[in-house]
Design a protein around this ligand. Structure first.
Ligand SMILES: CC(=O)N[C@H]1[C@@H](OP(=O)(O)OP(=O)(O)OC[C@H]2O[C@@H](n3ccc(=O)[nH]c3=O)[C@H](O)[C@@H]2O)O[C@H](CO)[C@@H](O)[C@@H]1O
Length: 369
């Protein structure tokens, strides 16, 4: 099959697509020539997608500005121009289906595909439906989703299919290349390890608390991998210049191969973005969640509370966060293996291990039609 994938802005929109592409290739349903990823130049996709060797093109779009209404004339103008570019890409590539995961670029691409009568599918990974997906639901053939709460927000009930997030299946893949933490960072694979990161872009609040807790973490019998996010890495390195950090703490800008690292982690501290949660629950990794307060309808808090209620996470809100509860929560999970095992089992119950195959079945059924 020939597929155009589209979505962008944050990792949460990109990685589910990368997971689907990997699975389609594994099942020999596509070769690299049969797929195209359409994103934006500015979004994270412009780095991640070409680096993975996936054919990549861009549209020029921008988001709505809720504060400066007049700037939205430019947004609408760009959107209309983008649909023309989209038409050209679709005409040349001749896809059997166009699959989108959200973001403004996805809005233009999938809307144009539906107008051109190409089969279309969107995937909503969040508990709160994004603007682009809400708009597109009127035009597409199928809407795949992860959270029941998201389903309630779509009025096109007949189009809905609950599939989970493809990234769940990807992190579970048995033939994943493992990140060699001994070779890469000099860490001991036998020692319990916590990974700390703040979503695909890093999070200032999480970085600050790690910084404040660093001395204490360096004394612990466990290991710490702190992924700061590309944006914050330089500044943090500057602040720590000249200070010798104990080798049990490794500071890195970004984890390139999360599916190869996560299964080895004893515990994770993270934001509660939808795709991250799909990964944690697929593997049953015990987590401490610090939801971002800066997202639409505070959806990360909701995601996190759902996890906590199920016994699959500990949640600390940013307002309550301090070095004390931060380090003691990590201790609680890393030093009490029974507690960690209980959390892991509760988490696994929420995971969807065949999410990619479920989305692919929906794609196949649309193409057959
Ligand atoms: C601040 C913000 O707007 N966040 C939103 C954004 O988050 P964000 O883009 O952070 O989304 P997620 O947490 O859902 O996904 C992050 C992805 O990046 C990967 N990763 C992260 C760090 C790293 O070093 N390496 C790496 O590979 C994670 O494994 C995961 O696959 O999109 C999500 C899904 O639409 C939303 O739920 C979030 O609320």
């Amino acid at each position: 099959m020939r597929v155009i994938f589209t979505g962008g802005g944050t990792g949460g929109h990109i990685y589910p697509i990368m997971a689907l592409i990997e699975r389609l290739k594994e099942r020999k349903l596509v070769t690299n020539e049969d797929i195209l990823f359409v994103g934006t130049k500015k979004g994270l996709e412009s780095k991640i997608v070409p680096a993975a060797g996936v054919p990549f093109e861009t549209l020029n779009v921008q988001g709505f500005d809720r504060r400066h209404i007049l700037r939205n004339f430019e947004t609408v103008k760009l959107f209309l121009e983008a649909t023309k570019q989209a038409k050209k890409i679709i005409t040349e590539f001749k896809p059997d289906i166009v699959v989108g995961t959200g973001g403004y670029v996805c809005g233009a691409m999938v809307y144009e595909a539906a107008k051109m009568k190409v089969p279309t599918l969107i995937h909503e990974s969040n508990s709160v439906v994004g603007l682009a997906n809400k708009f597109l639901a009127h035009y597409v053939d199928k809407v795949c989703y992860t959270f029941d709460d998201a389903a309630k927000q779509f009025s096109e009930k007949k189009k809905l299919v609950k599939t989970g997030n493809p990234r769940s299946q990807q992190v579970l893949g048995l033939n994943k290349e493992k990140v060699d933490i001994a070779k890469k960072w000099g860490l001991n694979p036998e020692v319990p390890t916590v990974l700390i990161f703040g979503g695909s872009r890093g999070a200032l609040a999480i970085n600050r608390i790690v910084m404040k807790s660093l001395k204490e973490l360096e004394q612990k019998p466990y290991q710490v991998i702190w992924a700061t996010g590309q944006l914050y890495y330089g500044k943090i390195k500057e602040e720590l210049a000249g200070r010798k950090i104990n080798s049990n703490v490794q500071i890195v800008p970004y984890i390139d191969n999360m599916p190869g690292l996560l299964p080895q982690m004893t515990c994770v501290v993270s934001r509660s973005g939808a795709t991250s949660l799909a990964e944690f629950t697929a593997l049953g990794v015990p987590v401490i969640l610090i939801p971002s307060p800066n997202v639409t309808h505070n959806h990360q808090y909701k995601n996190a509370m759902d996890m906590e209620k199920a016994g699959a996470a500990l949640v600390i809100s940013e307002d309550d966060l301090n070095p004390n509860n931060f380090v003691s929560s990590i201790d609680h999970i890393l030093l009490d293996s029974q507690y960690a095992q209980k959390m892991s089992a509760a988490s696994k119950k929420l995971g969807v291990p065949d999410a990619s195959d479920q989305v692919i079945s929906v794609m196949e059924s649309l193409i057959k039609k």
